[in-house]
Design a binder for this molecule. Structure first.
Ligand SMILES: *[C@@H]1O[C@H](CO)[C@@H](O)[C@H](O)[C@H]1NC(C)=O
Ligand SMILES: *[C@@H]1O[C@H](CO)[C@@H](O)[C@H](O)[C@H]1NC(C)=O
Length: 382
């Protein structure tokens, strides 16, 4: 499989915000934690795992109800990556936001900054402003949390964080795309969405659209944000993503005035600040591609690391733990998390493969690798 054929991507003249992971000053203790959601139809739980000072996962610690149920996109054989999205869990500051695809809701969760394996949901999950939410983006600057709904009622909708209620809907932020989707979406009939993200200035909201009413037609939907009210422009602009017929995950190219939208069917895109390279995590080929993007937004492959066939790589995050950068990748074909160290450009190496199944079931909740979605990391600075 040729890189150009499978990983066509486009560079957009938009600044978008980098890795949302942020270190917080705190007492010594747990160094960091990773989170994913079980997304089960009988209850969606956020599972926390401890991360040691060497960046490796040291154990699954606890499960916290997201106050809703999971769901999956239909019309495809059962397989990992059930929401076909990036950003179903988003960590920003010491808050975690998680969608409940089967309850049309989104929950706000407080992360204990001394022991980030401890979570506390703030208030109840709130209606996501549509059906089948799949992705959530946070702008600290605007005080906005925006969800992308991919079901029958589809589009974006935004909220303000509230210490009491978790999330409170913001007027004039629901913008529907009116695509001909079902709830749950049916892939065979043309599932349409990938991810929602803010640009770097945080004055625009972006969402990847892969198909329009069953027809493959990728574009980026762009809304302007009113700086005073947080309201979204009534209409969105369609930005064509040249070379990316199926834009899916997005990432930020800091200082390059650009965002990168990954154009393969099922890929996650992350920017590494240490290497200044973009990592493209490919579901279908089990490849981790390290890509350099130059000033003129030309790109070249720096390294390619192949994991075991049928690893079904999905949600991923990059985090800096004790000065070293690590890439965490859900590897649900094998029901584990792969941890890679990014020791500088072209030096990506696997340092751990951490098994999930039994460890999660010991917490007394059901776990199915074909349901799991979302990955967040919080680093304490301890
Ligand atoms: C998609 O389908 C919906 C509902 O049938 C329709 O309202 C909308 O105009 C269609 N959009 C396009 C671009 O065809
Ligand atoms: C909407 O989708 C249904 C199938 O779910 C299909 O029968 C119908 O033709 C579609 N309408 C449009 C406008 O694409």
């Amino acid at each position: 499989m040729k890189f150009a054929a499978t990983l066509a991507f486009a560079l957009l003249s938009y600044l978008t915000k980098g890795n949302p992971l942020q270190a917080a000053a705190t007492k010594p203790g747990v160094v960091a934690a990773a989170y994913f959601a079980t997304n089960q139809p009988d209850g969606n739980f956020v599972v926390s795992s401890q991360i040691g000072s060497d960046g490796k996962l040291t154990g699954v610690k606890a499960a916290f109800s997201a106050d809703g149920v999971g769901s999956i996109i239909t019309g495809v054989p059962a397989a990992p990556d059930p929401l076909l999205s990036q950003g179903s869990i988003t960590v920003s500051g010491n808050k975690l936001y998680v969608i409940n695809a089967g309850s049309n809701s989104i929950a706000a969760v407080d992360i204990d900054t001394t022991d980030p394996t401890k979570l506390r949901r703030i208030g109840r999950a709130v209606n996501s402003g549509g059906e089948f939410p799949i992705s959530v983006a946070v702008s600290e600057k605007r005080g906005l949390v925006c969800a992308l709904n991919g079901g029958r009622v589809n589009g974006v909708s935004c909220f303000k964080p509230s210490d009491l209620k978790g999330l409170v809907s913001v007027p004039n932020t629901q913008s529907l795309l009116n695509l001909n989707q079902t709830t749950p979406p049916n892939f065979a009939l043309g599932n349409g969405f990938g991810q929602v993200l803010f640009n770097e200035a945080e004055n625009q909201l972006l969402a990847t659209v892969q198909r329009v009413n069953g027809t493959q037609r990728g574009f980026l939907a762009v809304w302007d944000i009113n700086p005073l009210t947080g309201a979204l422009s009534k209409k969105f602009r369609e930005l064509n993503v040249a070379g990316a017929s199926l834009p899916f995950g997005m990432t930020i190219l800091l200082g390059k005035n650009a965002a990168l939208a990954e154009g393969a069917m099922n890929c996650w895109a992350l920017h590494s600040q240490k290497t200044d390279h973009v990592f493209l995590i490919d579901f279908g080929t089990s490849l981790i591609n390290e890509v350099a993007v130059d000033r003129n937004l030309g790109s070249s492959i720096v390294s390619q690391l192949a994991l075991a066939k049928d690893s079904f790589l999905s949600d991923s995050q990059i985090a800096t733990v004790h000065g070293n950068e690590y890439l965490y990748v859900l590897t649900l074909g094998k029901n584990l998390v792969t941890v890679l160290s990014l020791n500088g450009p072209g030096k990506v190496t696997v340092v751990q493969q951490f098994p999930l199944g039994d460890a999660v079931r010991k917490l007394g909740i059901s776990e199915d690798p074909n349901q799991v979605q979302g990955l967040g990391v919080f680093v304490t600075g301890a």
